[in-house]
Unconditional design. Structure first.
Length: 107
């Protein structure tokens, strides 16, 4: 499986997003991490004797396709939000926006 983001980078995105209560990038990163776990599981199943190779091969292939799609989604979301793509640091303006909730309008 091709990976643009390491597991550590995905965890960094999840951690930052949770601190600032910005769940969208974290949700995508979490889905990618889960897909990686499914892929590892399927590869282990392929190595077992007596398993249906076609089933595990199909799941593995589809997981790789979905992972690539979600990786493209994560890149697009991070770029649209203005994350630093080198450090994967959330932009200051988004941090401030998330840490300063909008107050209710006066009635």
């Amino acid at each position: 499986m091709d990976k643009r983001y390491s597991d550590e980078q995905l965890l960094r995105i999840v951690d930052q997003a949770m601190v600032y209560q910005c769940a969208c990038p974290a949700q995508v990163a979490s889905v990618m991490r889960e897909l990686r776990r499914v892929e590892v599981y399927q590869q282990r199943c392929l190595n077992l004797t007596g398993t249906d190779e076609a089933v595990h091969q199909r799941i593995s292939e589809d997981v790789r396709i979905v992972h690539a799609t979600m990786e493209g989604c994560l890149t697009a979301v991070l770029e649209m939000e203005g994350w630093d793509m080198e450090t994967l640091e959330m932009p200051d303006n988004l941090k401030k926006q998330m840490s300063n909730p909008v107050s209710a309008p006066n009635s």
